[in-house]
Write a protein that binds this ligand. Sequence first.
Ligand code: ADE
Length: 524
Amino acid sequence: MFPPPFTLASLCKFCDLQSSTCDGTGTCKSNCSITSICDHPEQVCVSIWRRNDNNHTLETLCHDPDVPLYGVRLDDSNSSTCVMKEKKAEGGMLSICSCNQEECNDNIIFTQLPGPTVESPVAAVILVSLLPLLVLAVLVVAMFYWYRVYRRRQSEWETRKPSKRKVLDCSDACAIMMDDDRSDSSSTHANSLNHNTEPLPIELDLLVGKGRFAEVYKAKLKQSPSEQFETVAVKIFPEEEYASWKNEKDIFSDIDLKHENILHFLTAEERKVEKQYWLITAFHPRGNLQDYLTRHVVSWEDLRVLGGSLAQGVAHLHSDHSSCGRPKVPIVHRDLKSSNILVKSDLTCCLCDFGLGLRLDNSLSVDDLANSGQVGTARYMAPEVLESRINLENIESFKQADIYSMALVLWEITSRCNAIGEVKEYEPPFGSKVREHPCVESMKDNVLRDRGRPEIPESWIKHQGVSIVCATINECWDHDPEARLTAHCVAERFDEMEDELDKLSSRSSSEEKIPEDLSVNEGK
Ligand code: ADE
């Protein structure tokens, strides 16, 4: 048997605790002048560096690696050099190294950057729990940045890409959104037919109106590469109603028709696959005037705004010049009624449904006019239209028939105004006298034979403003077409009433009767 191998005790720096100039980075000297022979051969050299509030210390000593030092195990005792490791010890964080070569703890090496001065477990917990948030924030910022770069590339690509698809230009797109803001931007592209082969990317949403010739849908116009869209209205004509679509499209295509009180037209399309004809226009969520009056009682101020804007729209339609003085073809609507008028978000009106509209250009002969026949909705037909005795020699007579219909609409608005006193449920003109869809003969009995008009009770004209409106209505539904006011004159009267407004006392606001929703408009 051999005796156990003899091991020499280590020679180590041994100064216990002393202040140190070492800042915990790179390589430092211990600056310990005492070299000691360790008491036991199994002991190794150890250096401990600490960061305190206002200084650093270094402790050099011999220690048995089998025994934890300040609660720390010396796991690098076989090392020939003293490489510092940051450890959590009994008195807090420290940097410690051990090695087994002569005076190896004189040269201490820091490879890690000095760690955060986390003195308490609470701080460590906070730090650790914040880490995922930090990672998440970095990820979000990176994704956002990536998305912006992607969007920019996409839109650059879209603008360069040659396409057959018609993309509505800004003035069109803005008009969809800004029509309600009374945008004045005029565009030579506004009223155009989509001649392109590819139809616009439109997704139909909801049926909002059903008429004699067509159905109207709320729809999404998806033009941008992202999920964004514009809300538009799409009027869909079946194949058989081509003539009505063509007439309305031709009327809308007149650039001079553009006006804040006339529905903003975007484009027309032939949808060959579906065998349909489409008209794409601005969408007005408040729907048509008839539905609006059914659900709401209006204030005097509302009556003035609704009535004035209605007259402005009809005046522009009838006018032979645009607002900037350019010559314009006068147009007559021939089917004015509250369900063919839309209420915009600022409570102004805009005219729609030009399916029976007629352009009164100089080329029209008396025969052309005579052939255009008795058209419209019987309830709203002027007496001369009911008896087919319209003066074809004078184009003004068509405008005068529109004025009669407009008077009935003004009466409808007034009947729902709280300035008249007691406000009854909405009733269309002649509501109690005729059935839901009266025929021409029944209207003749009322309007021609009996010279009947909707009732204007005495109580209505107690209000100064309403009495002016009622006098105007009376002049507009005169039996004699020539005695009727022009739309321009009616619009001026409403303008003048604006100045009168201050003098008028009752200025209560609209009373919401039923929460607004969009129901299908029937009974055109
Ligand atoms: N009903 C008929 N046309 C409409 C439109 N453009 N906006 C809203 N409702 C409508």
